[in-house]
Ligand binder design. Structure first.
Ligand SMILES: Nc1ncnc2c1ncn2[C@@H]1O[C@H](COP(=O)(O)OP(=O)(O)OP(=O)(O)O)[C@@H](O)[C@H]1O
Ligand code: NI
Length: 309
């Protein structure tokens, strides 16, 4: 359904060219859910934004993004806007920024409901109430008339999900949907996403491995703009191959919070060879000079970008 090949996104800045996304390939089947994980600044959000072409002016982008046979890199912006509102929805990272503070939440959901559909005011109101119920609001009529600042973080996130699923999209890109939520809210949002988006394909962008593994079939691990490992959730968690994935799992609070030594490389001046080699406990001479490919060394359904594992 979604086929991304050799996607490269970079930004021109006064300091130099920031290679935020470098040669990413991803293919997503109908209904499939993948988690895109990796530390801050590795390019996850830029990847998501590149798929739907929501990028600033200082961007250069190349490669191919094909969605249901349409080339999203070349469709006109007006067509892209229709696709964004109805077929692909992007649930943004920060609901406080993405909700309009001056508009009642009901109106904002109604806008999303109407997009691409010819509904009467009464029908779209009814659908809005249904969506609010679906995202677990007991009193949708009351919530409809609230302004975003009158809601808690978890409630706003649920409103964002209602907006995200309003058009019954085929693909949902959710950027950190559980960020800054407490444990109970996190659990609720995850189960909501998995119930309401059952039929949609999903790319879930997150730092949270546990969240990704609850919802996703597959995990892609990203480091310094590229995918370093790709495989089924359970296998990545129980038997990670790439030294970065191993370190990332150990850094999770559940696994002892052991920080990865060193810091993420500058995307302007990337290390030679394997991008992880300066921080890798197993790096050998080859890792310092040769850039490894993402290959199927272990089995056909797993990929790893490492000379040594
Ligand atoms: N408009 C821009 N101009 C220049 N650099 C940018 C721009 N937008 C993003 N970047 C850079 O691109 C890199 C990737 O950013 P991105 O937001 O995709 O990271 P991320 O993996 O989503 O991180 P986080 O987990 O913190 O959300 C970062 O180094 C960021 O500073
Ligand atoms: Ni991000």
């Amino acid at each position: 359904m979604l086929q991304v090949s050799n996607l490269k996104t970079s930004f021109r800045t006064p300091e130099g060219i920031v290679k935020a996304v470098d040669s990413i390939d991803l293919s997503l089947r109908k209904g499939e859910k993948v988690g895109l994980i990796g530390e801050t600044g590795c390019g996850k959000t830029v990847f998501g934004m590149s798929v739907v072409r929501l990028l600033p002016h200082n961007t250069s982008i190349s490669g191919k993004v094909s969605y249901k046979g349409k080339d999203l890199m070349t469709v006109p912006e007006s067509h892209m806007q229709n696709i964004r509102g109805s077929e692909i929805s992007f649930i943004l990272q920060n609901p406080s920024v993405s909700l309009n503070p001056l508009m009642r939440v009901g109106g904002q959901i109604e806008e999303a409901v109407r997009k691409g559909k010819n509904l009467s005011a009464q029908e779209s109101r009814k659908e809005t109430l249904r969506l609010l119920k679906e995202v677990n609001f007991q009193d949708p009529e009351y919530i409809m008339n609230r302004y975003p600042h009158e809601l808690s973080g978890g409630m706003k996130q649920r409103v964002m999900i209602a907006i995200g699923i309003a058009s019954e999209p085929d693909l949902i890109i959710a950027d950190e949907p559980t960020k800054a939520l407490d444990k109970g809210n996190k659990k609720e949002i995850l189960s909501l996403l998995s119930d309401t988006a059952e039929r949609s394909s999903m790319i879930m962008i997150t730092h949270d491995l546990a969240a990704a593994s609850e919802l996703c079939d597959r995990i892609l691990v990203m480091y310094a703009g590229e995918i370093v490992e790709d495989g089924p959730c359970d296998e990545i968690l129980s038997d990670p191959l790439h030294p970065y994935t191993i370190a990332f799992i150990k850094a999770h609070p559940k696994n002892g919070c052991k920080a990865i030594p060193g810091s993420s490389p500058s995307l302007i001046d990337l290390p030679s060879g394997c991008r992880f080699h300066p921080r890798c406990p197993d790096a050998c001479a080859k890792c310092r000079t040769n850039h490894p490919d993402l290959s199927n060394g272990h089995s056909h359904h797993r990929k790893n970008r490492c000379h040594c594992h």
